[in-house]
Design a protein around this ligand. Sequence first.
Ligand code: PMP
Length: 387
Amino acid sequence: MKERLMTPGPVAVPAHVLAEQALPMVHHRSRHFRAAYDVLRGGLQQALGLGEGDVFLIPGSGTAAMEAAIVNLFSPGQRVLAVCNGFFGERWAAIAQTYGLDVERLDIPWGRPADPALVQERLAAQRAVAGVLVTFHETSTGVVSDLAALGEAVRPSGALLAVDAVSGLAISPLRMDEWGLDCVVSASQKGLASPPGIGIVALNGRAWAACESSTAGRFYLDLRRFRDASRTGITPSPWTPPITTIRAMQQSLQQLLAEGLETVYARQQRLAWAAQAGLEAMGLELLVAPPHRSQGVTVALAPQGITPREIVERMHDDWGVTMAGGIGPLAAKTLRIAHMGAVDLLDVIGTLFALEETLHRLGAPVEPGASARGIHAVIDGSGHEDS
Ligand code: PMP
């Protein structure tokens, strides 16, 4: 049975990217490796919409990049506003708390985007807030927040805006300079269609100034060490980097850039529309209302009386499709179908048909075939999926 990975990270990785990892090992102090490393950093800067600034590759995952942002941008005792509208917004708050920041929470119901007006209101009501922490695509709920509007809401306060784009980079447009995002973190294993193992941290000039003056203790995640290595070191990374993962990610990003970022975003949008239309056509309710739905992951409520765990297990065992159940308070309620990485429209169509069959066999009032008609309505007229 063919395995299909329809999860929000790690994602299916193109064969030529995987093959890159099987090539003979190189040393990280070699000129060849530095060249690949620098090309990758430049490509990421392009994908992030960052002109003047720096992008660093942190050995680890997205959470390491989040931790690097907190520990470099802020000092213990400083106040930050954490927008908590899902599992990963909660993670921002938890990391900030761990490092002794004074965390002011802005709680927003899960499934709703960060509200720029509420952010602005909170900032106006507080004494000096050093930073605002938000999540771009909240992978736990499938909601996407409007970063341009959040940038405008935060700007008058002078606070730094730090964004978790772990599930958003290379999924939908990201414009650090234009939108006033001071720090963006991401990871290799989602929209970048690469293996896990690399966290990404991008900083503009304002974020760098904060980094220089932060009094927080840091060593491995000290971005000043990464900057010094990238400028003057024999090796571009202060520590031994995950060499093969970096080479794979560089290959994958090259392909995405060659395809064109706008084409990539349009492809993601079409996959998301197909997933949304198909799920609704089979009678499932989606957690997030348009126009706030993520282009990378779609979250549906499981039918009454059937647990997400049962569905996920049957989908895997009967059809070879790995999808995700819910997380946090949504664990027993939701199903998450991701459409990121090396997946195409046929993967989405096949997954939804398998889901209909699975739900039907589990006793839900679902008519197999309904999703295909829903997807047809969406793609009809918009041309064929071309990935
Ligand atoms: N933020 C978001 C939005 C995520 O989706 C994830 C991973 N699911 C993380 C942070 C954490 O990333 P990692 O698991 O790579 O540490």
